[in-house]
Design a protein around this ligand. Sequence first.
Ligand code: FAQ
Length: 311
Amino acid sequence: METTKKSEKELLLEFEEKINGEQKIEPLDWMPEEYRQHLIRQISQHAHSEVIGMQPEGNWITRAPSLKSKKVLLAKIQDEGGHGLYLYSAAETLGVTRDQFIQWLHEGKSKYASVFNYAALTWADMGAIGWLVDGAAITNQVSLQRTSYGPYSRAMVRICKEESFHQRQGYKIMQNMMEGTKDQQEMAQDALNRWWWPALMMFGPHDGDSPRTNLAMKWKIKRETNDQLREKFINKTIPQAELIGLKVPDSNLELLTDGTYKHSDINWDEFWQVVNGNGPCNQQRLAHHIKVHNDGAWVRESAMLTSLIEE
Ligand code: FAQ
């Protein structure tokens, strides 16, 4: 039987037709190498963010102010670990092993969200992280539910369900503190002051300074740009702050007639310093991950042995 082999040009045309027709690209489908590499980078960095993101909150498990708040925080942090696993699995469908992803992280070749390089100093930071960091993460992830790569899109759907609970538990902590003593109110305001700008940085550089955005938008890996998502987050979060008596730390805030806010710009020098490894906790976060990964080698080996025996 005669088979006709499609040229690269024909395959690319079919691929782009699928993308334009809102069909998902699946692991065994043909895809341009540039698309595969872009996804490997973005999804693995996203996975690393979920896992490194467990550290600032993990720091507070033993100091939670009540048994109930300890249980909620534990469950939330465990969820983040689970999100990392969904995302590593989605990234592995692109032909790279989990060990390789971890090695790239440990060698500093792979990034993770800059926000996790700031220290969590008080209990109010647990509120600010849930409300602002998870809030920023969801704003992006709701949009990524429509990403063109099937496994990534499906991971996002599951993650968003849990992340919206995280955002609410963080806001609830802030609300409780604002209904408390003067010291508690000051602690909540201080946490907002320290986490507001790092949360806005999570959306990445301005669109004009974002080298990855054009291709990501063309192939529908990203469905909205960094600036579009950041503005969405700002516009919905400022009223939430005001509702519980908190003041967003930006002296140039102005509510415009269309319901959006005029605001100051991010300190981009600080952003790039943190992204490039010079933030307050970059070294500590990576060193901790490397230590825990090495200490846990026996668990992975035992799990492998057990699965071999069961086979
Ligand atoms: N931090 O050209 P762009 C969470 C890098 S999950 C560090 O704009 P792109 C859950 C960027 O990678 C939060 N690096 O790049 C949780 C690129 O580097 P490369 C994570 C950053 O990809 C909550 C270079 O700068 N979410 O928080 C950052 O188009 C609470 C140029 O940038 C995701 O990862 C940054 N903020 O846009 C867990 C969502 N911004 O590799 C625990 C998926 C930029 O070229 C507790 N990712 N860079 O050397 C994305 O949507 C995108 O990758 C962006 C960046 C928006 C992060």
